[in-house]
Design a protein around this ligand. Structure first.
Ligand SMILES: NC(=O)c1ccc[n+]([C@@H]2O[C@H](COP(=O)([O-])OP(=O)(O)OC[C@H]3O[C@@H](n4cnc5c(N)ncnc54)[C@H](OP(=O)(O)O)[C@@H]3O)[C@@H](O)[C@H]2O)c1
Length: 334
């Protein structure tokens, strides 16, 4: 039998329970070998509920377990850096939730430690593994839209609880950190460039102190301008639109394409100018459903097994944090 990567899960986070643990369990090259919680009883209950054989009552104990190859880190944002580095010190590869760190400097420190240890670090932006993202990238790169002009991206939702970690500045909450980071990521992914200039307006919550809504604009070296909004206080919306001189693509289920219907295929809408005319051709491109979490964990495990880089490495996560830093500086007027 081919070797499988033995994953440890650091914390009993909801995202692990709902999506990433089932994805590892479905994957062809990984098994969930252990879970660790700050509380042993919580770890044991969680392990029993999710069919995980080992439960630890501290993160340190799991990191020290020689039978774990890789750790999935879905801790609150403000703990990603410290605990990913602790995993590296314990010799573990890490797939870390987004955003990679509190800021670019911390993300760079993480990247440096993993590089020194010869371990892999990747940011868990799962939407990049969905075939619809590949299809859009292929269309853009093929020149189907002509010279790119704008990318407009939105990720909004209504936060369910005022106690959510996303509203805690000490845990590096905020709408840009939580969902705006996807909007920046897709802009960077499609342009293949890093932003050189940023503007932003934000509403910082009177109680929370974190950005609960933000609008931002980014300029890329080739001239593409990206504009986005992210929010904790708005109807759920997850779109982006790419516009060039000759066409545009609208993606309506952009980042969590399984919502609202996990069984339904996703549809890309494409408008193109007909050559020599002002008339537009309209096409719908249906992309088959896929579990992007499975594709993500399989790529990371395969990278370890094949001693190669994952599709998206630590440097990409550091660059996304640099864009986040630029926008916070702009929103705070500094
Ligand atoms: N890629 C995606 O689709 C996606 C979706 C949602 C969230 N996320 C990311 O995943 C991460 C977790 O989000 P979530 O909503 O799943 O979080 P969550 O349910 O609130 O879980 C966070 C876990 O961290 C542990 N923890 C340690 N110190 C903590 C503290 N001081 N306060 C609260 N929890 C603490 C807790 O586990 P123990 O008590 O068991 O140690 C807790 O269950 C975030 O970085 C978020 O951005 C990604």
């Amino acid at each position: 039998m081919t070797r499988k990567i033995r994953w440890g899960i650091i914390s009993t986070a909801r995202i692990g329970a709902r999506h990433v643990i089932p994805a590892i369990q479905q994957s062809s090259n990984g098994v969930v070998a252990a879970v660790a919680s700050r509380d042993l009883a919580r770890a044991q209950d969680f392990a029993a509920a999710h069919g995980i054989s080992k439960a630890y009552g501290s993160y340190e104990e799991m990191i020290a377990d020689p039978e774990i190859d890789a750790i999935y880190n879905p801790l609150p944002n403000g703990m990603h850096g410290e605990w990913s580095i602790a995993c590296a010190e314990g010799g573990k590869h890490v797939l870390c939730e987004k955003p990679l760190a509190r800021a670019a400097a911390e993300a760079q420190q993480m990247a440096d430690v993993f590089a020194q240890k010869g371990l892999l670090l990747s940011e868990a932006f799962m939407y990049r593994f969905h075939p619809q993202t590949d299809k859009v990238k292929e269309l853009v790169d093929s020149g189907a839209l002509g010279k790119l002009q704008f990318i407009q991206a939105t990720f909004n939702f209504m936060i369910g609880s005022e106690e959510d970690i996303r509203l805690d500045p000490a845990l590096a909450g905020g709408a840009l950190m939580d969902v705006g980071c996807y909007c920046l990521n897709i802009m960077r992914h499609l342009t293949g460039e890093e932003p050189v200039e940023a503007r932003a307006l934000a509403d910082f919550g009177a109680r929370s102190g974190v950005d609960e809504r933000m609008v931002g604009v980014l300029r890329f070296p080739s001239g593409v301008m990206g504009h986005f909004d992210c929010s904790f206080r708005t109807l759920f919306t997850q779109t982006y639109e790419v516009r060039g001189a000759d066409g545009r693509i609208l993606v309506e289920r952009a980042y969590v394409p399984f919502r609202p219907d996990p069984e339904a295929p996703v549809t890309l809408r494409l408008w193109r100018r007909q050559p020599g005319s002002e008339a537009h051709e309209y096409r719908e491109i249906e992309v088959p459903r896929a579990n992007h979490y499975v594709l993500m964990v399989e790529d990371f495990a395969a990278a370890i097994l094949e001693a190669r880089a994952p599709r998206f490495g630590a440097a990409d996560g550091v660059a996304n944090m640099r864009a986040i830093d630029l926008l916070y500086a702009a929103a705070r007027g500094s």
